[in-house]
Design a protein around this ligand. Structure first.
Ligand code: ZN
Length: 95
């Protein structure tokens, strides 16, 4: 009975680790939780580490948080407070 508790505890901790890695890389947390639950948290962690960052998801997250904005001319991500785009030199008026 104690062994089962330890296994369940490690399973849950592994799932939390896998989901936090997935979240930091912009991957689907639900998919990683599902893989970790059904197969193994170790497989979930390896899957998140092997797959690449989803930069577009991370960019959208930064825009939603109000940290960054997208330059309308060159579409690069720049700091929200910037008055000049660092990539194409477009100037922004502060409102
Ligand atoms: Zn620009």
């Amino acid at each position: 009975m104690e062994n089962l508790f330890v296994i369940v505890l490690f399973w849950i901790i592994g799932m939390l680790i896998a989901s936090s890695i997935a979240s930091s890389k912009g991957q689907s947390v639900l998919a990683v939780l599902f893989i970790s639950l059904v197969f193994s948290p170790i497989i979930g962690i390896v899957a998140t580490l092997v797959s690449g960052k989803k930069q577009e998801v991370l960019n959208q997250r930064l825009i939603k948080q109000g940290v960054m904005k997208q330059c309308p001319d060159c579409a690069e991500l720049i700091i929200k407070k910037a008055r000049t785009c660092r990539y194409c030199r477009r100037e922004f008026r502060l409102i």
